[in-house]
Ligand binder design. Structure first.
Ligand code: PMP
Length: 452
């Protein structure tokens, strides 16, 4: 009997709803019971197939069950190697570390230390904060509006989602939030290069001002492209200035590359677009080849921790390291960052072309295969910068229409009105065309049925 025949999808979904926490998230909007998956295709227990543009929230750089990751995992199992080793040295870890360090940007490639964290991006963010605090002897943090760094206490304190942070009573004293520059909904109301310049000037004057009220922070943390915040790329010039300012003020720059790392944005690392080399990089998702793994890498001068400063039981996941090594090599050897850039640029251009027909697409953003379509109320009037208000209801309809057509997509952004695409970097040209058509059809259908 096949797995598909064994399971009754309606029953599985009903039991999930009855038994799992009310905090479940993706499962609420994507009532799919995956039983098999290959590349970009997910086979549901309902007998349907889906194109997966969520891909483990961007973890599956090579898609589901890519032969090189499956083979890497199988090899470890066949060897009879221990799959849990705490933080002991193993040949598998040695190879992973070698591969990762060899791919790091700029001076970090020759000068980095790596710390294996508990397997989530959030835990690695916590580790980065602890390291920066230990190294600087300071405690505050500079973060940005719209940021997403995870769900553990310090990561949540640094994030922008007030609705999640407030009920959890997470303390965020010591966190200074600066506006993250963006063109479409410019926080300074001017847009374009003027908005970027003001953002730099704002930060500079704040850091220089002895009367700012801000005790000197331990670090600045930034996403090279905000993902959950609505697929907003950090402008290159702004990121360079931020890096320089952080250096001048003795604050390590932490790049949260959990989502942007390993070719996702069209360069190996998100910071490469601006040619910035951060002091600390937070990595997870794709570097584990789809299995749980998270690390921080940082300049050796920050290697100030005492023994046991950031421990944890699950920091030696050999299967994840083997899958991660295979994934990193495949991405590098097959120039998947470049592929991501080309496919992403083409898709974005096609979505821009469709805006005249589909006024619900207010803005098309992103880098590489990290794509966001800002869905707006097409009948509302535009603001001074030409932006219309976000349309979360319409966005939910689009997501449902997409699922009905066999396309798995998620929403993000401040108002959950940004349609996000995070397909595998191995997506074929044909699949890219299918994604484009399904997205545009879904927006057209949702727009026709929608009234604000
Ligand atoms: N940082 C960023 C930029 C992320 O996108 C995420 C996850 N979406 C995290 C941190 C947290 O990672 P995790 O969900 O594995 O804890």
């Amino acid at each position: 009997m096949s797995v598909d025949e064994l399971c009754d999808p309606e029953g599985v979904l009903a039991r999930q709803q009855a038994r799992e926490s009310s905090a479940r998230s993706y499962a609420r909007h994507l009532p799919v019971v995956p039983v098999r998956a290959e590349g970009m295709t997910v086979y549901g227990a309902d007998g349907r197939t889906y194109l997966d543009c969520l891909a483990g929230a961007g973890s599956l750089a090579l898609g589901h069950n890519h032969p090189v990751t499956v083979e890497a995992v199988r090899r470890v199992l066949d060897q009879g190697a221990p799959i849990h080793v705490l933080d002991l040295a193993t040949p598998i870890k040695d190879e992973f570390t070698d591969t990762l360090l060899g791919l790091l940007p700029g001076e970090l490639a020759g000068d980095a230390r790596v710390h294996f964290c508990g397997p989530s991006g959030s835990d690695a963010v916590e580790a980065a904060f602890k390291l920066a605090r230990t190294a600087t002897g300071r405690s505050g943090l500079v973060t940005f509006t719209g940021a997403y760094h995870g769900m553990t206490a310090a990561a949540l304190a640094a994030s922008g989602n007030v609705a999640v942070r407030t009920p959890a009573r997470v303390l965020d004293s010591g966190v200074t939030r600066l506006p993250f520059p963006q063109d479409y909904r410019c926080p300074y109301g001017v847009g374009g290069i003027a908005g970027e310049r003001i953002a730099v000037e704002h930060a500079r004057r704040l850091f220089d001002d002895p009367g700012s009220g801000m005790t000197p922070p331990a670090a600045v943390i930034v996403e090279p492209v905000q993902g959950e915040g609505g697929v907003i790329p950090a402008p290159d010039g702004w990121l360079r200035s931020l890096s320089a300012l952080a250096g001048e003020h003795g604050m390590p720059l932490i790049a949260d590359e959990v989502q942007t790392g390993l070719g996702r944005t069209g360069e190996m690392w998100g910071v490469d677009h601006a040619e910035v080399v951060p002091d600390i990089m937070v990595l997870s998702k794709a570097i584990g080849g789809g299995l749980p793994l998270a690390v921080i890498v940082y300049r050796s001068k920050y290697d100030v921790w005492e023994e046991g400063a950031h421990t944890g039981t699950f920091r030696g996941h050999q299967l994840a390291m083997a899958a991660g090594t295979a994934t990193m090599r495949f991405v590098a050897e097959n120039s998947l960052a470049e592929r991501s850039r080309k496919l992403g640029d083409r898709l974005r251009a096609e979505f821009v072309d469709a805006m005249a027909e589909l006024p619900a697409i207010g803005d098309v953003r992103g880098r590489g295969l990290m794509i966001g379509l800002d869905l707006v109320d097409p009948e509302a009037s535009v603001d001074a910068l030409g932006a219309r208000p976000a349309a979360p209801g319409l966005a939910r309809r689009v997501r449902a229409e997409a699922l009905g057509r066999g396309l798995i997509v998620e929403l993000g952004g401040r108002h959950s009105a940004v349609l996000r695409l995070l397909p595998p970097l191995t997506m074929t040209e044909l699949e890219a065309e299918q994604v484009r058509d399904l997205v545009l059809d879904s927006i057209a259908a949702a727009s026709a049925a929608w009234r604000p």
